[in-house]
Design a protein. Structure first.
Lengths: 153, 153
DNA sequence: TTGATATCATTTGCATACGAATGAATTTCC
DNA sequence: GGAAATTCATTCGTATGCAAATGATATCAA
């Protein structure tokens, strides 16, 4: 009897295993939602270009002609992803491709005149997108958040 | 003359238009990278389930049986996306579907015994994933970051 | 009660995102 | 110099993610 009681007690004591794991409090989950919100704000301001496409154009504006692979590194996209993005930008006449004369493996990417116009025109909208994404935070909070976010990325 | 001078002056003053827009400093871009890093950490710990799939299981564990749509709301997925996620979980026997007896539009989703085992087994790994994702920050920084990130999401 | 609205689920189409495999070209190193 | 390793690009397969259209069912309101 006391044996059974102890066994029962043991089970009961170890039972409260329901240690709360709250999905909605996990970084990954909130990070995903914050990213979703940003993409939504982006789409509301720039409807005919996606964030990755914009990133490619903005980076090409910074660095000028580069290889597809190098561009991918600069905007944090793997080779397969960057290819799709560049293909679509090329189909719209915003970038042009050429072969590297020396290293025949490389595919050079550059802005067309139209692509340069487009990115210059879009940058003010992008500033507004950044502003709106950060709108829930005060200036001081923004500084803190960006510093910490950068550490995580 | 002074009119022309003023005009010229005005143009010159406003000319430094090359106001730097640095992609790598924009929230959206860093948010995307931070999310990528998290997904990578997730995959390193839980190889056979994606973050959205895990989220579905974890939420079903919390709330029990719900409609597919309602589940989507709880884990921030639209109807089309949640359908795909649930389909794959069902194909693996981790969730089961049934029709709502009263409201015939609704498709009820619930964990199977196997699904419940899986999520219980995975939660410790998920804790570790959260820990590792936040590892670049101190305890105090984590508290600050989570508070601000939640405001943005 | 019925006609207008709203909700739930599905499907289609498009765009990331990434692992893995492949082929071509280059670099390394013995 | 030449084999091995590396790099660049492409392709395939799978999985989100979302807009828009559609069909079935429920709810609301006149």
């Amino acid at each position: 009897m006391s044996g059974e009681d102890n066994l029962l007690k043991l089970v009961e004591v170890e039972e409260p295993e329901e240690q709360d794991y709250l999905l909605q409090e996990q970084v990954g989950f909130i990070l995903r939602k914050a990213h979703q919100r940003h993409v939504s704000i982006f789409a509301a301001h720039i409807g005919d270009l996606t964030p990755p496409q914009f990133a490619a154009l903005a980076k090409l504006r910074d660095v000028g002609e580069t290889s597809q692979n190098q561009l991918g590194t600069l905007i944090a996209m793997d080779a397969a992803t960057v290819k799709g993005v560049i293909d679509r930008l090329k189909a719209r006449g915003l970038v042009e491709l050429s072969k590297h004369e020396v290293d025949k493996r490389r595919l050079l990417v550059n802005l067309t005149a139209e692509g340069r116009d487009a990115i210059e025109r879009l940058i003010p909208l992008a500033r507004e997108i950044t502003r709106e994404t950060l709108a829930p935070l005060s200036a001081k909070e923004i500084a803190t958040f960006m510093k910490l976010l950068a550490k995580l990325a």
